[in-house]
Write a protein that binds this ligand. Structure first.
Ligand code: ADP
Ligand code: MG
Length: 263
């Protein structure tokens, strides 16, 4: 049993406050979902948990089973059991997904023998053509193919806690169903804990949410059960529009600096 604990997390980018005291606890086997308007700070939260440079943590903590993740390098966080499926997966020319998996296993002190079969089995499970696995990591893949590639890696790496930043963006209906049901299976078979960021209830048809949290302008303004996602899909964020602080930097139409024009 593992627990990711985010406590009083405040994060700045440059002079701007993006996260303003976020509290969250995700344990093995649980599915927590963060929903919120564009620019609310959802990707900032996932990037900070995983250690992407460029963010300043000004207060609060992030721990996995009591271990201070913020003191660790990104690769050490991965070794501790964290995984991030990025909103815009990075292209790494010249490096195959298989070499990345082999290196990950080796770094974790595991034998990489059979990683190629594992990759193919995971690709098969979500109906992802294994010829994509031969390409350099994410290079020349469509947005949806990148997301499926992330799901394959998640299945191979078997982390304790996975953060899925808009895994559904770019996925067609069939791929969405395959990926979300694969993640759901991992929560049951491997006790994977999930922090999923999404705009759409459709991700939650197969992946069963235990808790929904609404992030507006850097603060969680409401938490509840799956019915909250249904309500949001119906009514949008209007009810929460005045919640949180009125910092204009986290406006609903904030521009995402990592926006990938291919997606
Ligand atoms: P979300 O994922 O909820 O759409 P983000 O976390 O990507 O939101 O961004 C939150 C706010 O922080 C946005 O206004 C965005 O423009 C800003 N922001 C995030 N990262 C950076 C950065 N590296 N440099 C400048 N602004 C950033
Ligand atoms: Mg985002």
């Amino acid at each position: 049993m593992s627990t990711l604990t985010v406590s009083g997390l405040c994060v700045n980018v440059g002079e701007t406050e993006i996260l303003k005291g976020v509290d969250l606890e995700v344990s093995s086997g649980e599915v927590h979902v963060i929903m919120g308007p564009n620019g609310a700070g959802k990707s900032t939260l996932s990037n900070v948990i995983m250690g992407r440079p460029g963010y300043e943590v000004v207060a609060g903590s992030v721990t996995l089973d009591g271990v201070d993740l913020l003191a660790l390098e990104t690769w050490e966080r991965a070794q501790a059991g964290m995984f991030l499926a990025m909103q815009y997966p990075t292209e790494v020319p010249g490096v195959s997904v298989e070499s990345v998996m082999v290196e990950s296993f080796t770094a974790a002190g595991l034998s990489p023998v059979g990683v190629d079969q594992l990759l193919r089995a995971e690709a098969d499970r979500i109906g992802f053509d294994s010829r994509f696995l031969e390409r350099a990591l994410n290079v020349d893949l469509s947005g949806g193919e990148k997301k499926r590639n992330e799901t394959v890696q998640l299945g191979v790496l078997r982390p304790k806690i996975a953060i899925l930043d808009e895994l559904d963006s770019g996925l067609d209906i069939d791929a969405l169903r395959a990926c979300s049901s694969r993640v759901e299976a991992m929560t049951n078979e491997n006790q994977l804990g999930v922090l999923a960021i999404t705009h759409y209830n459709r991700l939650l048809h197969e992946l069963r949410a235990d808790h929904i949290h609404i992030l507006v302008k850097g603060s969680i303004v409401e938490s509840g059960g799956p019915e909250l996602a249904t309500e949001l899909e119906r009514d949008g964020y209007a009810r929460f529009a005045t919640a949180g602080s009125d910092d204009a930097s986290a406006s609903v139409d904030g521009i995402d600096p990592f926006l990938d024009p291919l997606l």
